[in-house]
Ligand binder design. Structure first.
Ligand code: F6P
Length: 364
């Protein structure tokens, strides 16, 4: 390897608080080794259309760790192995244009790529690793559904925002003796709903890992009412579904995306609760608020640790791997072991047991 390395960094998939902190840590740690870092814009788009590649100097990144979003931009539509393009008849078709990315990467003389992303982006990174690009992955997602690491950055911020929202709902729900149904993100995992629901004192938490029975949900709410609690907060994960029922989708998805857009279950749950209990019921969807704004201190520190660890892994030539939190340490795990499977809430975990001990219903 040459003495002065040339590192490329990109951020892919949905944004998450902490992305800028990873960028700052990578740039500062590289600078300390006399290496150069270049920012690739919009995931892999910047390696297809290379004009916008920017040299990231310490002056450009110092202090950005407290900022939300990503200074490099991001996308969940630009998979170079399956790029949606319009053909001559105006129809969308998918093409593999990954060779162009590899060619540009080599032409620009990069020595490695730090790919910051969730399962989709890291799978793309792994496929580039198989095509010869030295890659280091950094695990990002508010959903916390990525394996190999105890936690992903962005999750703590999302849980904090959701918990604060739930806290605020108590007073209005109580004043009106209402049931408030709050929908949180998380895709097919219930981490955000579980952690914010317990912390925020919800009466019911509905997660994808436990298909719910609406009659049991309503019985729990009415039982609490008999005991004097005349209002209820129901936290529902966007990927939750009734036993025997299906997940609610937000439309058919978007061209170029591999995942479906979830969302809308809160409205259904609220309607069912109103019909069955006769109680005044309202719902709200927290949506992208959960991804917005500054990272919590925990996420900021974790992101800085991940970024610095990524640079140490480059030094050790640990390519094809991802930085991961294994408290109290950061370790390297093969990308191969991480991609393609979802880390879901374990029903035997102490967190689930804690909820049950506190009298929270999962509708099961
Ligand atoms: O994966 C992060 C996430 O925020 C999910 O929780 C959510 O389902 C999805 O992204 C939303 O995607 P978009 O930002 O494209 O609406």
């Amino acid at each position: 390897m040459p003495e002065r390395l040339k590192i490329a960094i990109n951020t892919g998939g949905g944004d998450a608080p902490g992305l800028n902190a990873v960028i700052e840590a990578v740039v500062m740690s590289a600078q300390n080794r006399n290496w150069d870092v270049y920012g690739i814009r919009q995931g892999y788009q910047g390696l297809l259309n290379t004009e916008e590649i920017v040299r990231l100097t310490p002056e450009k990144v110092r202090g950005i760790s407290s900022l939300g979003g990503t200074m490099l931009g991001t996308t969940n539509k630009g998979n170079p192995f399956k790029m949606a393009v319009e053909n001559s008849s105006g129809e969308m078709e998918y093409r593999d244009i990954s060779d162009k990315v590899v060619k540009n990467f080599n032409r620009l003389g990069f020595d490695c790529l730090v790919a910051v992303g969730g399962d989709g982006s890291l799978e793309i990174a792994y496929n580039f690793f198989k095509k010869g690009i030295p890659v280091i992955g950094v695990p990002k997602t508010i959903d916390n559904d990525l394996g190999g690491t105890v936690i992903t950055f962005g999750f703590d911020t999302a849980v904090s925002i959701a918990t604060e929202a739930i806290d605020r709902l108590h007073s209005t729900a109580k004043s009106h003796d209402r049931v408030m149904v709050v929908e949180v993100m998380g895709r097919h995992a219930g981490w955000i709903a579980l952690n914010s629901g317990i912390s925020g004192g919800a009466s019911v938490i509905l997660i994808p890992e436990i298909p719910f029975d609406i009659d049991k949900v309503c019985a729990h709410i009415m039982d609490n009412e008999l005991k004097g609690q005349r209002y209820a907060i129901v936290v529902v994960a966007e990927g939750a579904s009734p036993a025997g029922g299906s997940i609610v989708h937000r439309g058919a998805g978007e061209a170029g995306r591999q995942d479906v857009l979830l969302g809308g279950i809160a409205a259904t749950v609220a309607e069912m609760i109103r019909d069955k209990t006769g109680k005044d019921t309202r719902f709200l969807v927290l949506g992208h608020l959960q991804r917005g704004g500054s990272p919590t201190t925990f996420d900021r520190l974790l992101s800085l640790r991940f970024g610095a660890a990524a640079v140490r892994m480059i030094e050790q030539k640990q390519f094809g791997k991802m930085v991961a939190l294994d408290p109290p340490n950061i370790k390297a795990v093969p990308l191969e072991d991480v991609i393609g499977s979802i880390k879901r809430v374990s029903l035997s975990s102490d967190t689930v047991q804690t909820a049950r001990d506190l009298g929270i219903s999962f509708g099961d």
